[in-house]
Design a protein around this ligand. Structure first.
Ligand code: PLP
Length: 377
């Protein structure tokens, strides 16, 4: 078999991520690769840190992108903050909370689950109850924007409840950052990680994260090293810190060019304007979906504007709708995950992909794909 150049098909990415990457960001990646210790590159790294501080709304000096996707940020923050034997409350209201609990067990921590149904927000009262039953809890972990269901939890209140019990707060903002407010400092979130391929409109492969002093004290005071070499913050800071840079691993240079450009675009627009745009296009989408007779799976008060879960109407083959959207229009939307598999579609309007054109395209495409199955509003 002769294998030649791979040319990806034209797509409109309206699923749970990756989202479409703007030409500006793709072009930034196509610039020449330079050394990971080149002074010009180090200068750009400092700019990325400052831009990430803006995106996370924090002054934390430990703010950097991990050289691997969002799941690595999850694993890194847990592996560094949790010591063997530590009790960790994991709030689970979807697939990603479950993943956190799995990691806690693997690194020798003791996970305590606070369960909310798929499609519900994390209940702060349930967390408070669990903390009463487990006063020796060291860390409380939760997902701010649950991409598997399209639900936003109240990170500010959850952090307050956790701090009252003396626990550190670890927050997954992979889908949140850039799309809805994430107030790392104002809410006192101790460790926060994100991803690049959702509302930051950058290709996947990096996990921005930030730790405050409280979290850093815990990391520095560990009785034993984290059981990971690649994701050990103390070693990573040798490369990303402010002192003399030492080689740890070769940074994904060109991907970092992309993140820099994506964050410059976010700063140009402004966080508030980006949140407002996500909200506005979400409202347009909901109106369009309701015009098709479709129902949202999540109550309005806790809906994510960037990830819309829509109930599949009775008698409609949900996989065929997705296949037709892809074949006819190049539109990718997401299937349900976990308990919601087969029951919902997940429509992402993330980052630069949150725009009027995509809303119109999606509604029109869905109308055609549903009509092909005899479904009419
Ligand atoms: C996408 C996502 C992740 C995982 O990120 P990857 O880049 O796929 O590893 C983690 N948490 C949430 C909430 C996500 O949406």
């Amino acid at each position: 078999m002769k294998i030649s150049r791979f040319v990806p098909p034209a797509r409109v990415l309206l699923g749970p991520g990756p989202s479409d990457v703007p030409a500006r960001v793709l072009l930034a990646m196509a610039q020449p690769t330079i050394g990971h210790l080149d002074p010009a590159f180090i200068n750009m790294m400092e700019e990325i840190k400052a831009l990430l501080q803006y995106a996370f709304r924090t002054d934390n000096s430990l703010t950097l992108p991990i050289s691997a996707p969002g799941s690595a940020g999850m694993e890194a923050s847990l592996a560094n903050l949790v010591e063997p034997g530590d009790k960790v409350i994991v709030c689970r209201n979807g697939v990603f909370g479950a993943r956190m609990a799995d990691i806690v067990g693997r690194i020798g921590g003791t996970p305590v689950l606070v369960d909310n149904a798929f499609g519900e927000a994390v209940d702060p009262d349930k967390l408070a109850d669990a903390l009463k039953r487990h006063p020796d809890t060291k860390v409380v972990a939760f997902v701010h924007a649950e991409t598997s269901t399209g639900v936003l939890s109240d990170a500010k209140t959850l952090a307050e409840v956790a701090h009252r019990a003396g626990a550190l707060v670890l927050t997954d903002t992979v889908t949140a950052v850039g799309g809805v407010p994430v107030e790392t400092d104002a809410w006192g979130l101790d460790a926060v990680y994100a991803g690049t391929q959702k509302c930051l409109s950058c290709p996947p492969g990096l996990s921005p994260m930030t730790l405050n002093e409280r979290a850093m004290d815990k990391v520095k005071g560990r009785r034993e090293k984290p059981r990971t070499w690649f994701l050990d913050f103390n070693l990573l800071m040798g490369y990303w810190g402010t002192g003399k840079r030492v080689y740890h691993h070769t940074a994904p240079i060109n991907l970092l060019y992309a993140l820099h450009e994506a964050l410059v675009m976010l700063q140009e627009e402004g966080l508030e304007a980006s949140f407002a745009r996500h909200r506005q296009n979400h409202e347009r989408l909901v109106k369009g979906l309701e015009g098709l007779g479709l129902e949202m799976a999540v109550p309005a008060a806790i809906r994510l504007p960037q990830l819309n879960s829509v109930l599949v109407p009775a008698g409609v083959d949900e996989a065929r709708v997705r296949a037709d959207l892809l074949a006819w229009f190049g539109i990718e939307i997401g299937a349900g995950l976990g308990e919601l598999a087969g029951k919902v579609w997940r429509i992402g309007l993330m980052g630069q992909g949150s725009n009027r054109r995509n809303v119109a395209l999606c509604i029109d495409g869905l109308r055609a794909a549903l009509a092909a199955q005899g479904y009419h509003p």
